[in-house]
Design a protein around this ligand. Structure first.
Ligand SMILES: *Cc1c(COP(=O)(O)O)cnc(C)c1O
Length: 214
Protein backbone atom coordinates (compact mmCIF):
# COMPACT_ATOMS: atom_id res chain seq x y z
CA UNK A 1 0.00 0.00 0.00
CA UNK A 2 1.31 3.49 -0.84
CA UNK A 3 1.84 5.52 2.28
CA UNK A 4 0.34 9.02 2.35
CA UNK A 5 3.02 11.65 1.58
CA UNK A 6 2.94 13.14 5.09
CA UNK A 7 3.69 9.74 6.65
CA UNK A 8 7.01 9.66 4.81
CA UNK A 9 7.94 13.01 6.29
CA UNK A 10 7.33 11.84 9.88
CA UNK A 11 10.50 11.22 11.88
CA UNK A 12 10.09 9.35 15.16
CA UNK A 13 9.18 9.90 17.93
CA UNK A 14 6.04 11.86 17.14
CA UNK A 15 3.45 9.22 18.05
CA UNK A 16 2.14 9.42 14.48
CA UNK A 17 1.73 13.18 14.48
CA UNK A 18 3.34 15.15 11.65
CA UNK A 19 6.68 16.72 12.50
CA UNK A 20 6.85 20.47 11.97
CA UNK A 21 9.97 22.62 11.75
CA UNK A 22 8.93 24.43 14.94
CA UNK A 23 8.98 21.08 16.78
CA UNK A 24 12.75 21.00 16.36
CA UNK A 25 13.23 24.37 18.05
CA UNK A 26 13.43 24.81 21.81
CA UNK A 27 10.44 26.41 23.48
CA UNK A 28 7.23 24.85 22.35
CA UNK A 29 4.47 25.47 24.86
CA UNK A 30 5.89 28.43 26.72
CA UNK A 31 4.21 27.47 29.97
CA UNK A 32 3.94 23.69 29.96
CA UNK A 33 5.62 23.65 33.37
CA UNK A 34 3.04 26.08 34.73
CA UNK A 35 0.18 24.08 33.23
CA UNK A 36 1.53 20.84 34.69
CA UNK A 37 2.04 22.41 38.12
CA UNK A 38 -1.53 23.71 38.11
CA UNK A 39 -2.87 20.35 36.96
CA UNK A 40 -0.96 18.56 39.73
CA UNK A 41 -1.77 21.19 42.37
CA UNK A 42 1.94 21.71 43.06
CA UNK A 43 3.62 25.11 43.41
CA UNK A 44 6.18 24.58 40.62
CA UNK A 45 7.64 21.70 38.66
CA UNK A 46 10.72 21.20 36.51
CA UNK A 47 10.24 19.64 33.10
CA UNK A 48 12.90 17.16 32.01
CA UNK A 49 13.40 14.81 29.06
CA UNK A 50 12.48 11.71 31.11
CA UNK A 51 11.63 10.48 34.56
CA UNK A 52 15.07 8.90 34.64
CA UNK A 53 16.69 12.28 33.93
CA UNK A 54 14.61 13.87 36.69
CA UNK A 55 15.88 11.23 39.13
CA UNK A 56 19.51 11.66 38.02
CA UNK A 57 19.21 15.41 38.64
CA UNK A 58 17.61 14.91 42.05
CA UNK A 59 20.17 12.35 43.22
CA UNK A 60 23.11 14.39 41.90
CA UNK A 61 21.96 17.42 43.89
CA UNK A 62 21.36 15.42 47.07
CA UNK A 63 24.73 13.68 46.81
CA UNK A 64 26.46 17.05 46.50
CA UNK A 65 24.65 18.13 49.68
CA UNK A 66 25.59 14.96 51.54
CA UNK A 67 28.69 13.43 49.88
CA UNK A 68 29.11 10.93 52.74
CA UNK A 69 25.73 9.41 51.86
CA UNK A 70 26.03 7.14 48.82
CA UNK A 71 23.18 4.62 48.99
CA UNK A 72 19.71 4.78 47.43
CA UNK A 73 17.08 2.39 48.76
CA UNK A 74 14.47 1.28 46.22
CA UNK A 75 11.79 -1.42 46.22
CA UNK A 76 13.17 -4.82 45.13
CA UNK A 77 10.50 -4.78 42.43
CA UNK A 78 10.69 -1.61 40.36
CA UNK A 79 11.54 -0.18 36.95
CA UNK A 80 15.12 -1.02 35.83
CA UNK A 81 15.63 2.61 34.75
CA UNK A 82 15.73 3.51 38.45
CA UNK A 83 18.79 1.28 38.90
CA UNK A 84 20.40 2.87 35.82
CA UNK A 85 19.84 6.36 37.24
CA UNK A 86 21.45 5.36 40.54
CA UNK A 87 24.43 3.82 38.70
CA UNK A 88 24.75 6.91 36.48
CA UNK A 89 25.21 8.99 39.64
CA UNK A 90 27.91 6.63 40.92
CA UNK A 91 25.74 5.66 43.89
CA UNK A 92 25.00 2.30 45.51
CA UNK A 93 21.64 0.63 45.04
CA UNK A 94 20.04 -1.13 48.00
CA UNK A 95 17.02 -3.31 47.27
CA UNK A 96 14.35 -3.36 49.96
CA UNK A 97 11.98 -6.32 50.27
CA UNK A 98 8.28 -5.78 49.81
CA UNK A 99 5.54 -6.74 52.22
CA UNK A 100 3.95 -10.11 51.34
CA UNK A 101 1.24 -9.82 48.67
CA UNK A 102 1.99 -6.12 48.29
CA UNK A 103 4.12 -3.67 46.30
CA UNK A 104 4.84 -1.60 49.43
CA UNK A 105 8.26 -1.43 51.07
CA UNK A 106 8.46 -3.72 54.12
CA UNK A 107 9.07 -1.27 57.01
CA UNK A 108 11.11 -3.84 58.95
CA UNK A 109 13.36 -4.56 55.98
CA UNK A 110 13.64 -0.82 55.32
CA UNK A 111 14.59 -0.10 58.93
CA UNK A 112 17.39 -2.67 58.64
CA UNK A 113 18.74 -0.95 55.50
CA UNK A 114 18.53 2.69 56.64
CA UNK A 115 21.77 4.05 58.04
CA UNK A 116 24.22 6.95 57.86
CA UNK A 117 25.08 6.03 54.23
CA UNK A 118 21.46 6.30 53.06
CA UNK A 119 21.05 9.22 50.69
CA UNK A 120 17.44 8.67 49.64
CA UNK A 121 14.54 6.25 49.99
CA UNK A 122 12.21 5.83 47.00
CA UNK A 123 8.70 4.63 47.77
CA UNK A 124 7.24 3.76 44.37
CA UNK A 125 3.68 3.89 43.08
CA UNK A 126 3.28 1.03 40.64
CA UNK A 127 0.56 -0.03 38.29
CA UNK A 128 -2.04 2.56 39.16
CA UNK A 129 -2.13 2.01 42.91
CA UNK A 130 -0.68 4.23 45.61
CA UNK A 131 2.08 2.86 47.83
CA UNK A 132 2.03 3.49 51.57
CA UNK A 133 4.56 6.28 52.01
CA UNK A 134 4.22 7.28 55.70
CA UNK A 135 6.32 4.41 57.19
CA UNK A 136 9.13 5.03 54.66
CA UNK A 137 8.99 8.77 55.37
CA UNK A 138 9.40 8.22 59.11
CA UNK A 139 12.32 5.82 58.60
CA UNK A 140 14.04 8.10 56.07
CA UNK A 141 13.72 11.10 58.40
CA UNK A 142 15.04 9.10 61.34
CA UNK A 143 18.28 8.27 59.49
CA UNK A 144 18.65 11.72 57.93
CA UNK A 145 17.88 10.62 54.35
CA UNK A 146 15.64 12.34 51.81
CA UNK A 147 12.38 10.79 50.65
CA UNK A 148 11.81 10.84 46.89
CA UNK A 149 8.49 9.44 45.69
CA UNK A 150 8.82 7.58 42.40
CA UNK A 151 5.52 8.59 40.86
CA UNK A 152 6.62 7.76 37.30
CA UNK A 153 3.46 5.69 36.94
CA UNK A 154 1.25 8.00 38.99
CA UNK A 155 1.00 11.35 37.20
CA UNK A 156 -2.22 12.96 38.41
CA UNK A 157 -2.77 10.54 41.30
CA UNK A 158 -3.94 12.10 44.55
CA UNK A 159 -4.06 11.04 48.16
CA UNK A 160 -6.61 12.80 50.38
CA UNK A 161 -7.02 15.36 47.60
CA UNK A 162 -3.30 16.15 47.43
CA UNK A 163 -0.91 15.21 44.63
CA UNK A 164 1.24 12.15 45.32
CA UNK A 165 4.64 13.26 46.50
CA UNK A 166 3.38 16.53 47.97
CA UNK A 167 4.21 15.39 51.52
CA UNK A 168 7.69 14.14 50.66
CA UNK A 169 10.95 15.94 49.88
CA UNK A 170 10.80 15.33 46.14
CA UNK A 171 8.74 13.44 43.60
CA UNK A 172 9.16 12.66 39.95
CA UNK A 173 6.71 11.70 37.24
CA UNK A 174 7.15 10.23 33.77
CA UNK A 175 5.53 11.46 30.58
CA UNK A 176 6.83 8.47 28.62
CA UNK A 177 4.57 6.50 26.36
CA UNK A 178 2.78 3.74 28.27
CA UNK A 179 2.70 5.55 31.63
CA UNK A 180 -0.67 7.22 31.40
CA UNK A 181 -0.65 10.84 30.31
CA UNK A 182 2.14 11.02 27.79
CA UNK A 183 4.18 13.36 25.61
CA UNK A 184 5.89 10.25 24.22
CA UNK A 185 8.96 11.09 26.32
CA UNK A 186 9.38 13.45 29.23
CA UNK A 187 9.74 13.73 32.96
CA UNK A 188 8.62 16.07 35.71
CA UNK A 189 10.47 16.85 38.94
CA UNK A 190 8.92 18.42 42.01
CA UNK A 191 11.14 19.60 44.86
CA UNK A 192 9.76 20.94 48.16
CA UNK A 193 12.72 22.96 49.44
CA UNK A 194 13.32 26.20 47.49
CA UNK A 195 17.13 25.97 47.78
CA UNK A 196 17.15 22.36 46.57
CA UNK A 197 14.73 23.32 43.83
CA UNK A 198 17.08 25.99 42.56
CA UNK A 199 19.97 23.53 42.82
CA UNK A 200 18.03 21.04 40.66
CA UNK A 201 17.54 23.69 37.98
CA UNK A 202 21.22 24.49 38.03
CA UNK A 203 22.15 20.79 37.98
CA UNK A 204 19.99 20.21 34.90
CA UNK A 205 21.83 22.98 33.09
CA UNK A 206 25.17 21.53 34.22
CA UNK A 207 24.42 17.92 33.24
CA UNK A 208 22.90 18.81 29.87
CA UNK A 209 23.99 22.29 28.84
CA UNK A 210 21.91 23.80 26.04
CA UNK A 211 23.54 23.07 22.70
CA UNK A 212 23.01 24.92 19.44
CA UNK A 213 20.95 22.85 17.02
CA UNK A 214 23.40 23.20 14.15
C1 LIG B 1 9.09 4.49 33.70
C2 LIG B 1 9.53 4.52 35.08
C3 LIG B 1 10.64 5.28 35.47
C4 LIG B 1 11.48 6.07 34.49
O1 LIG B 1 10.70 7.00 33.75
P1 LIG B 1 11.13 7.39 32.23
O2 LIG B 1 10.32 8.62 31.93
O3 LIG B 1 10.75 6.21 31.38
O4 LIG B 1 12.60 7.65 32.23
C5 LIG B 1 10.99 5.30 36.80
N1 LIG B 1 10.29 4.60 37.72
C6 LIG B 1 9.22 3.85 37.39
C7 LIG B 1 8.47 3.11 38.46
C8 LIG B 1 8.80 3.77 36.07
O5 LIG B 1 7.73 3.04 35.74
Amino acid sequence: MRRPPEARRVAPPTAGLPLRAADLLPGGDADLEGALARYLGLDAVQLECSGTAALVIALSVLHERAPQRDTVIVPAYTCPLVALAVARCGLRLALCDLLPDSLDLDPQALAALCDARTLAVLPTHLGGRLAAVAPARALARACGAWLIEDAAQALGARRDGRCVGADSDMAFFSLAVGKGLTLFEGGVLWVRDPALRAACRAMAARLAPPRPLL
